[in-house]
Design a protein around this ligand. Sequence first.
Ligand SMILES: Nc1ncnc2c1ncn2[C@@H]1O[C@H](COP(=O)(O)OP(=O)(O)O)[C@@H](O)[C@H]1O
Ligand SMILES: [Mg+2]
Length: 229
Amino acid sequence: MSEAVIELEKVSKTYGSGSAETKAVSEVSMTVEHGGWVAIMGPSGHGKSTLLQLIGGLDRPSDGRIVVDGTELATLGATELAALRARRIGFVFQFFNLLPHLTALENIEIALWLGGTKNTNGRAMDLLERFGLGDKARHLPGMLSGGQQQRVAIARALANDPGILLMDEPTGNLDSASEGDLLTLLSDLNAAGKTLLMVTHNPVVAQCAHRVLHVKDGRIVSDARNREH
Ligand SMILES: Nc1ncnc2c1ncn2[C@@H]1O[C@H](COP(=O)(O)OP(=O)(O)O)[C@@H](O)[C@H]1O
Ligand SMILES: [Mg+2]
């Protein structure tokens, strides 16, 4: 049994209060081992994105304990949490969230800068080239296709070489050719030792992961290993 890289103990997240209260995540306990590849499935509005944001330190739980890479997130102040997020966790958002007025190259450079990575010379360009986007370095995101924007977003998430990659519906807006390319890329990253956690609605995509969690009403209702892996 590998060492756990993500651990959740009775994690809950409640938004609002009184009659407007929503329990987005409800007493979730789980672990993800180092080098794991986990898909999270479940209906819309049932807490998948909230769960990912809590694990990624983008939001704080109302209750429970989250340990990422051996660090309990609650012990970190805002600055330390931002540093952990920038260096150890890559986040790929559903709608890419690239900065529209920066080029593809600059979008990655800013992540390197935020992560405090030294000697960044050439690293942003190397990442773009690795994802077949060397010739798009000076393009603004709006000039790129969905699949290309997605690859820039992944290159940005990998800028500081984090061990963990969190992805919210990474294939949601892609055509099937781009989806296939992305799955090959994710498979290579996982083989290189990255821990992957992805929310997806697509059963074919979930099949590529090693383990599938189903979320309903903010709870994990099933947790299954994929037979092929
Ligand atoms: N920032 C927020 N403020 C208030 N309610 C929220 C917020 N984010 C999510 N919610 C609510 O929490 C529930 C779970 O949302 P979400 O995690 O986005 O679900 P999913 O990703 O599964 O579609 C929904 O009812 C949603 O409306
Ligand atoms: Mg969501």
